[in-house]
Ligand binder design. Structure first.
Ligand code: AR6
Length: 180
């Protein structure tokens, strides 16, 4: 697993299913505005969490691109789910700022809730069509910058679904090592 450590915060990249990260306090959902079960990450998270999650989400919806909300994790093996609405590429603008906002807000919610470990999927890079490499630079850029100031979070895991996506994450994380 490729990783780097900044200010005692480990950022790591791995292949896997976001709904099977049993050792993480929190997992992040690539949500839709209504916070309903959908395909991809949202489908996997809601399937594993059970109907209680859908019920809890109803009162928190709708959310806007760039926003994030936190719920309990129900039947998932975690304590919390942080639901982020990424931008639909080519529709929600400025896409880069909205995507960065998702990652920043999720990290802020984690800090406020005493979360020590969190797993992120590659938000917006599936159904929402954000090009993976550009999205990766934003995700890892926010994480590496935020790591300098985190006090609660100790472990940030990027969970990729495809080996080719993991290779891009690893390469960008490697490049960032040279810049800080
Ligand atoms: N674990 C980790 N990564 C996954 C998983 C999984 N189980 N499944 C897919 N991915 P997406 P978005 C990867 O479409 O683009 C939903 O229907 C996938 O390969 O889940 O933000 C919602 O309801 C891709 O790289 O999220 C929304 O309507 C990345 O996760 C909409 O899709 C994100 O893919 C959100 O679209």
């Amino acid at each position: 697993m490729t990783h780097r450590t900044i200010n005692n915060v480990t950022i790591e990249c791995t292949l896997g299913d976001i709904a099977s990260q049993a050792d993480m306090d929190a997992v992040v959902n690539a949500a839709n505005a209504q916070l309903r079960p959908g395909g991809g990450v949202a489908g996997a998270i809601h399937r594993a969490a059970g109907p209680g999650l859908d019920e809890e989400c109803r009162s928190l919806a709708p959310i806007k691109p760039g926003q994030a909300v936190i719920t309990s994790a129900h039947n998932l093996p975690n304590k919390y789910v942080i639901h982020c609405l990424g931008p639909v590429y080519g529709v929600d603008e400025p896409a880069d700022e909205l995507l960065a906002g998702c990652y920043r807000r999720a990290l802020q919610l984690a800090e406020q809730n005493g979360i020590e470990s969190i797993a992120f999927p590659a938000i917006s890079t599936g159904v929402f069509g954000y090009p993976l490499e550009a999205a990766t630079r934003i995700a890892l850029g926010v994480m590496t910058a935020a790591a300098q100031k985190l006090t609660q979070l100790k472990q940030i895991r990027c969970v990729l679904f495809q080996p080719s996506d993991l290779a891009v994450y690893n390469q960008v994380l490697d490049e960032l090592k040279g810049t800080r």
